[in-house]
Design a protein around this ligand. Structure first.
Ligand code: HEM
Length: 331
């Protein structure tokens, strides 16, 4: 035994390291090579195995390096990284083009000056809880996928470390109010989001978004909004389920199952982020008068007539019925 190997054995004994001997057919000796990561990775790169024997009762601890974990890491750094950037940046580019070509969608008949209530405070509370938590969850989640490549080079390792640590805490805790708000908007709005024949007409006319003066009739929610609603509800449910599995790995199953949930979680998040960016655009700068619906809860009557004509009729009819009942006292 050379002086170096004696020293290595002594270190292992002192540190209580569990890897004590290589498996006979291993192409590399992990006991001797455990301090040289490069040599171990090289062995894996050629399709070799790196396995040892362990004295720890958990057999999983015997796997020094798992090749499938490396492919998962590669998936993170290449496929998910690229898809996330393409989804988010692609949607922003598309919306910018739409804005340049179509411009802001104005109220064709101008503001009426009279308003009509569109969403009450419970609906607005649910919406803004969902919106604010989703935006933070999306940004902190995106940071986990692309932050290392995009943000770290700009702000440096230390700031990125602090940002990511806080981001992880925010992500883990804000998931709960997000899920609560998701249940709320589902219960409040599902009744208005059942697809019907009117939606086909709305889609045929491009929602009136492409041409000035075109206003396909719609009830409280048009076909475009129904798409947003179901994308948020189903995507949000998928994110919630996979997210809970990620938070509680014991429920997820094996480490490979956990990695599967993580991949699905990231894919849904990228797709939903792109859809939500389009929603934010149309609910703010993209359409005149739209924001008020979630701001004050009151929208201009002409905006309502142009975008939700049948809903305005329903509201007016029920208002007329109510005031008739008030004026006719019970006998
Ligand atoms: C700053 C960001 C946001 C703004 C300005 C905004 C604006 C709006 C507005 C104005 C409406 C009502 C549209 C109408 O009168 O019919 C609305 C509805 C809605 N919002 Fe948002 N929103 C934002 C973020 C979000 C986020 C992040 C989500 C989900 C994750 C979300 C989900 C919904 C859903 C499901 C509806 C009902 C369906 C629809 O109208 O499309 N919103 N939002």
């Amino acid at each position: 035994m050379t002086y170096l190997s004696r020293l290595l054995v002594a270190c292992c004994l002192v540190l209580g390291l569990s890897v004590v001997a290589p498996i006979a057919d291993a192409q590399i000796n992990p006991t001797q090579q455990s301090v040289s990561e490069d040599a171990l990775f090289e062995a894996l790169g050629t399709g070799g195995t790196v396995a040892g024997r362990t004295t720890i009762p958990d057999p999983a601890a015997g796997a020094l390096i798992k090749p499938e974990n490396r492919s998962w890491a590669v998936l993170q750094g290449s496929t998910l990284y690229t898809l996330s950037i393409v989804a988010v940046v692609g949607m922003i580019v598309l919306l910018t083009l739409f804005y340049v070509i179509r411009g802001k969608i104005r109220i064709d008949s101008g503001f009426a000056g009279r308003t009509i209530q569109r969403f009450n405070w419970v609906e607005r509370f649910a919406h803004w809880t969902l919106a604010s938590t989703f935006i933070i969850l999306a940004l902190t989640g995106l940071n986990l996928i692309i932050g290392r490549g995009v943000i770290m080079p700009i702000i440096g390792e230390n700031a990125f470390g602090t940002l990511s640590a806080w981001g992880k805490i925010a992500h883990n805790y804000l998931a709960w109010p997000f899920m609560a708000a998701l249940v709320m908007i589902f219960l409040l709005w599902v009744i208005h989001n059942v697809p019907n024949k009117l939606d086909l007409e709305w889609i045929k006319q491009g929602g009136g978004l492409l041409k000035k003066g075109v206003h396909p009739p719609a009830r409280k929610f048009n076909a475009g909004q129904k798409v947003i609603f179901w994308a948020v509800v189903l995507g949000g449910a998928g994110l919630s389920y996979t997210g809970v599995m990620l938070l509680f790995p014991a429920w997820a199953g094996t480490p490979a199952d956990w990695q599967f949930y993580q991949t699905i979680h990231a894919l849904i998040a990228a797709a939903l982020s792109a859809i939500v960016i389009a929603h934010i655009y149309i609910g703010s700068v993209g359409m005149e008068g739209a924001f008020d619906a979630m701001g004050s809860g009151e929208v201009d009557e002409n905006w309502a007539k142009e975008h939700h004509a049948l809903w305005v009729e329903e509201v007016k009819t029920s208002q007329a019925r109510n005031s008739a009942q008030v004026q006719t006292p019970a006998e």
